[in-house]
Design a protein around this ligand. Structure first.
Ligand code: MG
Length: 358
C-alpha cells in the first residue's frame, strides 16, 4: 500500500465531524492498517446506516454506502476515482478492519478513543452494565465467626484461651512464660515481652484486653502494655499500638489507649472502665522498602477500639520510640509482640487473639 495515499488526499478535507449516538460502532477510533499507516474513523450509526469520516492527522474524508449489521459494518471511500471498500467488526473497544486496496485485503486494528466527538451535541456511546461486571477472580469462601469477635475459618489462632504454643519470650525465644488461667492470658512482667512464633506482613488482627478492675497508679503507669504490630527487634523495637487504662486517666494524648505510641493521637477515646473487656480490631499494612533500605511505601494502620475507629488508615512515620523521632528500619515480615511494661500497677490480661493474613 502506498504510504502517502491517504496523507496526500486527506489534507484537502478538513472539519467534517459528526454527532455520535449510542451503539457499539459509534465513536472515534484510531489505530494502524498495513505495516504502519495511521488511521482514524469517526462513525455514527442510524439503524443499519453508517455515516462518518475516515482520515488521519492531516484530515478526513466522508465515507460512502455505510452499512451496519450488529457489530459488523462496511463502507466505501473514494480516491481519484478508485472506490476502496472497507469492512470491519467491533468487539468492545477494539475494531478489526480490512481495507481492500487494489484487490488486496490490508488488515488493521483500531481502538476506541476516550474523547467524545468534536461537535457540541456529541455523546459517547452508551455503556452497557455488563461492561463493568468482573466475574473472575471469585473470592474464596470462608465461614465467618458466630459474632464479629469470633475467628473466621481462615484465621490464624494466636490465643484461644488454652495455651501459649504460638508465642515465645522475645529476649531468648524460650517458651512464653505468661500466665494462662481460665481462658485468659495475663502479663508476667518479670518474664518480659512475648511475641508470636510466626511472622506476618499485612494482616487483620483481633485482640481483646482488660485492665484489672482494681488498677492502681496513674498516667503511663496505670495498666500499660502494648501490641507491637511488627516486632522488629528486642525490647520495644517495632510499631506499638498502645494499651493503657485511658478511662479517666490523664496522660499525653499520643500515649493513651488507641494511640500509635507517640505518633498518632486516637480519633476518640472509646475506653471502657477497668474490669471490662475491650477490643482492638486492627488492619496493618506493613511498610515496603527498597533494596537500599529506603522506604518505598510507609506503613498504614486502621484501628477500631470497641467498635470505634480510632486510627483511620494512619500513615506511620517510622517505628514508635519512647525517646526521639520515629525512623524506619527495613524488614519484610515480623512477629506480633505483646508488651510487659515495667510499671508497678497490676498486670493486664488478653484473650481471643486471632489474625488473618491479607
Ligand atoms: Mg505501652
Amino acid at each position: 500500500m502506498k504510504k502517502h495515499f491517504f496523507t496526500s488526499i486527506l489534507s484537502a478535507f478538513f472539519g467534517l465531524t459528526v454527532a455520535l449516538a449510542a451503539g457499539p460502532i459509534d465513536g472515534k477510533w484510531s489505530g494502524k492498517i498495513g505495516d504502519d499507516y495511521a488511521l482514524t474513523l469517526d462513525l455514527k450509526t442510524d439503524g443499519n446506516q453508517l455515516t462518518g469520516t475516515i482520515g488521519n492527522a492531516n484530515g478526513s474524508l466522508p465515507i460512502k454506502e455505510g452499512k451496519v449489521d450488529g457489530t459488523s459494518f462496511s463502507f466505501k471511500t473514494e480516491y481519484d476515482g478508485n472506490v476502496i471498500p472497507v469492512k470491519g467488526t467491533v468487539e468492545g473497544d477494539k475494531m478489526i478492519l480490512s481495507v481492500n486496496y487494489n484487490g488486496s485485503e490490508v488488515p488493521g486494528t483500531l481502538m476506541r478513543q476516550g474523547g467524545s466527538s468534536s461537535t457540541a451535541t456529541a455523546t459517547r456511546p452508551r455503556a452497557k452494565p455488563e461492561e463493568t461486571e468482573v466475574w473472575d477472580p471469585v473470592p474464596k469462601v470462608i465461614t465467618a465467626g458466630k459474632t464479629p469477635l469470633d475467628a473466621p475459618s481462615d484465621a490464624v489462632i494466636l490465643f484461644d484461651g488454652k495455651n501459649l504454643d504460638q508465642w515465645v519470650t522475645v529476649k531468648d525465644k524460650s517458651p512464653a512464660n505468661w500466665t494462662v488461667s481460665k481462658g485468659v492470658l495475663t502479663v508476667n512482667k518479670a518474664a518480659g515481652n512475648i511475641e508470636t512464633k510466626r511472622s506476618f506482613t499485612n494482616y487483620q488482627l483481633h485482640i481483646e484486653w482488660k485492665i484489672p478492675e482494681k488498677i492502681s497508679l496513674t498516667g503511663q503507669s496505670r495498666g500499660n502494655s502494648g501490641i507491637f504490630l511488627a516486632s522488629t527487634g528486642p525490647g520495644d523495637a517495632g510499631y506499638e499500638l498502645q494499651v493503657l487504662d485511658s478511662y479517666e486517666n490523664k496522660t499525653y494524648s499520643n500515649g493513651q489507649a488507641g494511640s500509635i505510641y507517640k505518633q498518632a493521637i486516637p480519633l476518640a477515646n472509646a475506653s471502657k472502665k477497668p474490669g471490662e473487656w475491650q477490643v482492638y480490631d486492627v488492619i496493618w499494612n506493613a511498610p515496603k522498602f527498597n533494596a537500599d533500605g529506603s522506604v518505598q511505601t510507609p506503613a498504614h494502620v486502621t484501628v477500631i477500639h470497641n467498635g470505634v475507629v480510632v486510627q483511620n488508615n494512619y500513615e506511620l512515620k517510622g517505628e514508635t520510640t519512647y525517646i526521639g523521632q520515629p525512623q524506619y528500619k527495613k524488614y519484610e515480615s515480623a512477629p506480633i509482640k505483646l508488651q510487659a511494661h515495667g510499671d508497678k500497677s497490676e498486670p493486664i490480661s488478653f484473650r481471643n487473639i486471632w489474625v488473618r493474613e491479607l
